[in-house]
Design a protein. Structure first.
Length: 230
C-alpha cells in the first residue's frame, strides 16, 4: 500500500509518501508556483504511483484542484470521522493543518500542545484527545516580510546566522525582535495553558525548538493525515 500525503500551506506545499511503515518526504514546492502552474503540479502527482491520497490544505484553490483531479482523495476537515473531538466555535473554518497536527500528536500523548511554525505561528491545545483551540500570530518569515513592506528603511532579513539580543545593527535588531516575539509569544501562550508536552513543527520549527523545550516533529501534519487515512 502506497499512500501519498500532501500538506498544502500558504508558503509551501509539501508532498510525502508512506509505504511499508516508512514516511518518505518527496518534495516541497512554493505554494505560489502551484497556484500559477496548477497543471504542472497535477502532472507531478500523476507521475507518482499510489493507492491512497490524503490532503491537508489551507489554500482553497489547492483543495479544489485536488478535489477536481483526484475525486477519491481524503481531504482533511472537521466533517470527517477523526481520532480527536473538535471543541471550536467554528469547526468548519478550522485549518486542516491544525486538525492534522492535532491527530498526529496522538502518537505521543492524549494531551499535548502543538507549536506550528509556518506562515503563521500557531499554538494549539489538545486535551484528552480533544482539540481545544489556541492562538495564531504572524510567522517568522511573515513578520520579516511585513517590516520590509511597511517601512522605508528596514531591509528584509533572513535567519541564517546566530541571533543575538541586543542586536547591534538594523538587521540584527530585526532578527532579534522577530525571534524574541516568536519565542516570547509561544512562552506567554503556554503560560496560560495547562502543562502538557510540547510538539514543535513547521518550517521554522527547528529554529524555534532551539529556544523552547519540546519535541521537534517536522512530519507531524503528515502523521496526522496518515492517522485519518487509516
Ligand atoms: N525541508 C526543507 N527544505 C527547505 N527549506 C526548509 C525545509 N524545512 C524548513 N525550511 C525552511 O523553513 C522556512 C519556512 O518554511 P515554509 O515557509 O515552507 O513554512 P511552512 O511551515 O511550510 O509554512 P506553511 O505550512 O504555512 O506553508 C523556509 O523559509 C525554509 O527556509
Ligand atoms: C492558521 C493557518 C494559516 C496556519 O497554517 C491555517 O491553519 C488556517 O488558515 N486556518 C484557518 C483559520 C482557523 O484555523 O481558525
Amino acid at each position: 500500500m502506497r499512500s501519498l500525503l500532501i500538506d498544502a500551506g500558504n508558503t509551501s506545499v509539501k508532498v510525502a509518501l508512506f509505504e511499508d511503515g516508512t514516511l518518505q518526504p518527496l518534495f516541497r514546492i512554493p505554494t505560489i508556483r502551484v497556484l500559477e502552474h496548477p497543471a504542472d503540479f497535477v502532472k507531478k502527482l500523476r507521475d507518482i504511483t499510489f493507492n491512497k491520497l490524503g490532503v491537508a490544505s489551507v489554500v482553497k484553490e489547492i483543495t479544489h484542484l485536488i478535489e477536481e483531479n483526484f475525486p477519491g482523495a481524503l481531504i482533511v476537515s472537521a466533517n470527517l470521522k477523526l481520532p480527536i473531538k473538535i471543541d471550536y466555535r467554528t469547526p468548519e473554518l478550522l485549518g486542516a493543518d491544525r486538525i492534522a497536527a492535532a491527530c498526529g500528536g496522538l502518537e505521543f500523548a492524549d494531551s499535548f500542545i502543538v507549536v506550528s511554525c509556518g506562515t503563521a505561528t500557531v499554538v494549539d491545545l489538545v486535551e484528552e484527545k480533544t482539540f481545544k483551540g489556541g492562538v495564531i500570530f504572524p510567522g517568522v518569515e511573515t513578520m520579516a516580510q511585513l517590516l520590509n513592506l511597511k517601512t522605508s528603511q528596514l531591509p528584509k532579513v533572513n535567519f541564517e546566522g546566530e541571533v543575538k539580543i541586543p542586536g547591534r545593527s538594523t538587521e540584527e535588531c530585526i532578527q532579534a525582535g522577530i525571534l524574541a516575539s516568536t519565542i516570547g509569544g509561544i512562552k506567554e501562550t503556554i503560560r496560560n495553558l495547562p502543562q502538557h508536552p510540547l510538539l514543535i513543527t513547521g518550517g521554522w520549527g527547528e529554529l524555534v525548538s532551539r529556544h523552547v523545550k519540546g519535541t521537534y516533529v517536522p512530519e507531524l501534519v503528515f502523521k496526522g493525515i496518515l492517522k485519518i487515512l487509516k
